[in-house]
Write a protein that binds this ligand. Structure first.
Ligand code: HEC
Length: 113
């Protein structure tokens, strides 16, 4: 029974790894976003910083494009290879940014009511 289950588990795990948007751990993603210095250019909640890095939240790019931008940056962003940032870590950061609430709406500001 155990021998039968192992290949099955392998197939399931491989399937999960190949899925387009891997499930990430947002809390771990936040840690990595700070530790790896993403926040220095993109802001602590991905709000972006003029001249340093574009906004990453809300409207975080889909995972494929996100991963591509980090592994092969378009211009001046430093390259993060899997040696410094694993694929799992990348998925975690993506989950962190995707899970952020984004800026509050102006009409929700009490002073404007
Ligand atoms: C030194 C500043 C800097 C750091 C550190 C940095 N970035 Fe960037 N990032 C940029 C800039 C500038 C761009 C715009 C493309 C370019 O110039 O390479 C960019 C682009 C991106 C994009 C594409 C955004 C889009 O809408 O196309 C993503 C995604 C991204 N960065 C994620 C990250 C992540 C995740 C980290 C940390 C692991 C990180 N960046 C660290 C400066 C930085």
């Amino acid at each position: 029974m155990k021998r039968l289950l192992s290949p099955l588990a392998l197939v399931l795990l491989t399937g999960a790894a190949l899925a387009q948007a891997p499930a990430g751990d947002a809390a771990r993603g936040r840690e990595l976003f700070m530790k790896d210095g993403c926040y220095q250019c993109h802001g602590t909640v991905g709000q972006g910083s003029r001249g340093a890095g574009p906004r990453l939240s809300p409207n975080t790019p889909p995972f494929e494009a996100f991963a591509q931008a980090v592994r092969k940056p378009a211009n001046v962003m430093p390259v993060y290879t899997p040696l410094v940032l694993s694929d799992a870590g990348l998925a975690d950061i993506h989950a962190y940014l995707r899970g952020l609430p984004g800026p509050a709406k102006a009409e929700d500001a009490r002073i404007l009511r």
